[in-house]
Design a protein around this ligand. Structure first.
Ligand code: ADP
Ligand code: MG
Length: 355
């Protein structure tokens, strides 16, 4: 079984730390996404797993066997892994079928076996009709499917993908996310998928590891990462959250811009600064006060409004200058300059961990 486990993995380049004490376990057959901004250490982590580079400290185990440590590293060809790069690196002088079959040919498999494996993967990747074409005669999405087929035909235990969709246009990218997930469900290899795109991670992953400055900041299923971001970084990176700087009044209430918010998430200590996240679409917006209750409502002025068809995107500025983004239904049109009330439901005001 090809579970992949990273134990206290670090990689230094001189004084710079590219990967910093990363521990992570991917069960056999799971797809984990390493998600984070450019430079946070995603590619370095993937290259460590593939065996292209050696860790400065820590270990990588696959199926319970140590493949990498600072004293011993099994080379890439000794690992049952396939890696797909951002550029598909197809051989231009070979047809689709030759590109895909190459990995089987160098393994010197029987001709009939190569033929049957090739046929099966071309069918799964929906490439049968393109088998005799050359890469130069294919669209970006088709080339990407060829590179997936080529990686999968050798039946790797582990599949490593580094931003595999970043060269595709938006529509195709969306379609290919489902394609990658479909192929994963079909073959059930263990997959580590690197991306900086939140939606890509949400669509494909069983587990998301949000990375920041070489570390895993939060690890969990997509629903949990989205619904319960633990830090300010995760709340901001997993789009759509406002993060408000507040001061705790007691265990569950904070003061922000002259108002009182009841919060959820963790017990607070009176007097301490606390960051509170609330999503744009969970904030109510109206000309009238949302309730007679004084808590969880804020007064502000609309400073910007954009009509997006299905929604309206508002920026509301509070008395102290704090700006909040609010996604509201399209029906009500409140123009910039008007005073509004915001309702921030207590169960949506998440008190984040102190950083
Ligand atoms: P990501 O893939 O998340 O964009 P990388 O893993 O490529 O990030 O890089 C993480 C950090 O390590 C960056 O600051 C990068 O400049 C640095 N880094 C990566 N590879 C090297 C290298 N070979 N030599 C020096 N620094 C490197
Ligand atoms: Mg990278």
């Amino acid at each position: 079984m090809a579970s992949v486990e990273l134990k206290g993995l670090s990689k230094h380049y001189g004084a710079a730390v590219a990967v910093d004490d990363v521990s992570l376990r991917v069960e056999h057959g799971q797809l984990v996404c390493l998600l984070g901004p450019s430079g946070c250490g995603k590619t370095t982590t993937l290259r460590l797993i593939a065996g292209f580079i050696e860790p400065s400290s820590g270990e990588i185990e696959v199926g319970g066997k140590v493949l990498s440590s600072s004293s011993r590293t099994v080379p890439p060809e000794g690992r049952k892994m396939s890696m797909i790069f951002q550029s598909y690196a197809l051989w231009p002088h070979m047809t689709v079928a030759e590109n895909v079959a190459y990995g089987l040919k160098i393994r010197k498999l029987d001709r009939a076996i190569i033929e049957s494996k090739l046929k099966a993967i071309l069918s799964t990747a929906r490439l049968e009709a393109l088998a005799e074409r050359y890469p130069g005669e294919l669209s970006g999405g088709q080339q990407q499917r060829v590179s997936l087929a080529r990686a999968l035909v050798v039946e790797p235990e582990t599949l490593l993908l580094d931003e595999p969709l970043s060269n595709l246009d938006a529509n195709l990218r969306e379609e290919m996310r489902f394609e990658i997930r479909r192929l994963h469900d079909r073959y059930r290899y263990t997959t580590v998928y690197v991306t900086h795109d939140q939606a890509e991670a949400m669509t494909t992953a069983d587990l998301i590891a949000v990375m920041n400055k070489g570390r895993v900041e939060q690890l969990g299923p997509p629903e949990e990462i989205y619904g319960r971001p633990r830090s300010e970084f995760v709340a901001r990176f997993i789009g759509g959250s406002n993060v408000l700087g507040a001061t705790a009044l007691d265990e569950s209430r904070v003061s922000v811009a002259g108002a009182v918010l009841r919060t959820t998430g963790r017990k607070l200590v009176a007097g301490r600064p606390v960051a509170v996240s609330v999503r744009q679409h969970e904030i109510g917006l109206g000309l009238q006060s949302p309730s007679s209750e004084a808590e969880n409502r804020l007064r502000g002025v609309v400073t910007r409004q954009v009509f997006l068809g299905a929604t309206r995107d508002y920026t509301v500025t509070l008395d102290d200058g704090t700006e909040l983004r609010v996604t509201a239904p399209p029906g009500q049109n409140i123009t910039p300059g008007q005073s509004v009330w915001l309702h921030l439901p207590a169960e949506q005001c998440r008190a984040l961990a102190e950083e």
